[in-house]
Design a protein around this ligand. Structure first.
Ligand code: 5GP
Length: 190
């Protein structure tokens, strides 16, 4: 069976986190990549589970040592995909990684250089309206925030043609079984 890095991307609010959780909960052979962050843990978050929580100095040091496949800053905190963690786990099994489209493309480039097979999977909403409805239900956003989010979603969706697979998350169970079958098919390819 091939060991593959599966990168799952898609606009925020599309439900990619729940789909990835559905995969790792039902298939213990697939490892979930755990990112590093400089943001402090929220209540209930554990070091090494949700994230590896590190200081800014530790993060920068690791970055200088080429320790990340990609990293980015969100809301003043740094987040990165650890190169060693991903490659160590891939000695034993496939790894699944949930990340935004920009990060996904960077990871693909880095991982390919190392000769490791990587499959990019994009999760999209059935319609843009349905995504906005979900986000509006989540909580209050200013019109300005909504507009910039809309631009971001369009940017991410435009990149879908460089992704290997696109899954429409209309019905959760259907989307999960499509994701499972992509993983199975790719792992079983010669
Ligand atoms: P949160 O602090 O709410 O857990 O995450 C904030 C943002 O950081 C989210 O948009 C999440 O997708 C992003 N993020 C989490 N881990 C990584 C990572 O390893 N790399 C990048 N580029 N973004 C990440």
């Amino acid at each position: 069976m091939r060991k593959i890095l599966f990168v799952v991307s898609g606009p925020s609010g599309v439900g990619k986190g729940t789909l990835v959780k559905g995969i790792v909960d039902s298939d213990p052979t697939i490892a979930l990549s755990v990112s590093y962050t400089t943001r402090p843990p929220r209540k209930g978050e554990r070091h090494g589970v949700e994230y590896f929580f590190v200081s800014r100095e530790e993060f920068v040091q690791l970055e200088e040592e080429n320790g990340f496949l990609e990293y980015d800053e969100h809301f003043g905190n740094l987040y990165g995909t650890p190169r060693k963690y991903v490659f160590d786990h891939m000695k034993r099994s496939s790894v699944i990684l949930e990340i935004d489209v920009v990060g996904g493309l960077k990871v693909k480039e880095e991982v390919r250089k190392a000769g490791v097979p990587v499959i990019l999977i994009m999760i999209v909403p059935p319609t843009l309206d349905s995504l906005e409805e979900r986000i509006l239900h989540r909580g209050a956003e200013t019109p300005e925030q909504l507009r910039s989010r809309r631009e971001r979603v369009n940017f991410e969706l435009e990149k879908s043609d460089v992704y290997d697979y696109v899954i429409v998350n209309d019905d959760f169970d259907t989307a999960l079984s499509q994701l499972k079958s992509i993983i199975e098919t790719e792992q079983n390819k010669e």
